[in-house]
Design a protein around this ligand. Structure first.
Ligand SMILES: Nc1nc2c(ncn2[C@@H]2O[C@H](COP(=O)(O)OP(=O)(O)O)[C@@H](O)[C@H]2O)c(=O)[nH]1
Ligand SMILES: [Mg+2]
Length: 303
């Protein structure tokens, strides 16, 4: 029998190239937030793919992109840290707008990692293969990638081949996680991300970037097959709070309803979801507020 293989695979790339879409597709479940707006993924998200003879542990990461707020700097540090220890690095770019120079910086930021580097070109449903040849050439000169693979995270094209290639380079190792586990996220975190996702989907401009969600109460009433969840949506300004609540509370009601439906399907019980909106002035700049709202500093080893 072939030896069992397992290891960590970090998905890295600029914002909006489709990292979270690919991550969910590879795991086969919705774990990470996907949105048309950049910078929606803030933490490192872990998802486990179980295959015959192996266990692939994928890490979805925030986009690598220079931002000025303390929050965006912490996000970039989180991404780089998750690349440092991974066995495989998937550098994701989008076929629709490759930016060789910007990607060069990103690749350089991970020079210290021992991970096997793959270049994965996403959104192949949008372009013709032959138009990509010159671009592939440029990337090939940029870095000695082990493989260059073309995929569409949206349609799933190429993702089986990607899994096969990853499995080839993973080390022999026993499984790190039990067979029935697909993520290390707590239910609380999962619920808070669903709420944040609905806020992102239902609002525009600055609000997605100024929102954090905390779970204040998560009570299971198993005799009634009911979970009562109370959560707070934190924004930076009073004007944002007004927008989020909407006329007569209409917007916050819609956000709550959309989130509740997904949480009910996920937990398989009835959910009572209560949302509060609170103003936490300039929390994206304030280290103590960031720690409290779920974005602690990431200590990366400088090598
Ligand atoms: N056409 C197309 N769109 C995609 C594909 N993968 C992702 N997207 C879209 O690109 C946007 C950003 O995706 P997301 O996964 O949130 O990107 P991330 O910021 O890198 O995590 C979303 O609107 C996705 O629906 C793909 O393979 N094809
Ligand atoms: Mg993402």
């Amino acid at each position: 029998m072939a030896p069992f293989k397992s290891g960590f695979i970090s998905i890295l790339g600029r914002p909006n190239v489709g990292k979270s879409t690919l991550f969910n597709r590879l795991i086969g479940d919705k774990i990470a937030i996907i949105a048309e707006k950049p910078q929606t993924t803030r933490n490192r998200i872990l998802g486990i793919k179980h295959v015959e003879g192996g266990q692939l542990i994928f890490l979805d990461t925030p986009g690598i992109h220079p931002g000025r707020s303390e929050l965006s700097q912490r996000m970039v540090r989180t991404a780089i840290a998750s690349g440092r220890d991974a066995e495989v690095l998937l550098f994701l770019i989008e076929a629709t707008s490759p930016l060789v120079e910007k990607d060069q910086k990103m690749i350089e930021s991970l020079q210290g990692s021992n991970g096997v580097p793959f270049l994965v070109i996403n959104k192949m449903d949008m372009v013709k293969r032959k138009n990509l040849l010159p671009i592939i050439d440029q990337y090939r000169r940029l870095h000695p990638f082990k493989e260059i693979l073309l995929v569409s995270a949206m349609t799933g094209e190429g993702t089986d081949i990607l899994i096969g290639e990853i499995l080839k380079v993973l080390p022999e190792a026993p499984p790190y996680f039990p067979q029935d586990m697909i993520t290390d996220q707590t239910e609380r975190f999962w619920v808070s991300e669903r709420i944040r996702e609905k806020v992102i989907h239902q609002t525009y401009q600055e609000i997605p970037y100024s929102t954090a969600v905390t779970i204040d109460e998560f009570k299971e009433h198993s005799e009634k097959n009911l979970v009562i969840i109370k959560a707070t949506i934190h924004v930076e300004r009073d004007s944002q709070k007004r927008i989020l609540i909407g006329k007569g509370g209409e917007k916050i009601r819609r956000i709550g309803e959309a989130a509740r439906k997904e949480v009910e399907a996920f937990l398989g019980v009835k959910v009572f979801l209560e949302l509060w909106v609170s103003v936490e002035r300039n929390w994206t700049q304030n280290p103590r507020a960031l720690n409290r709202l779920g974005y602690p500093p990431t200590f990366t080893q400088v090598s």
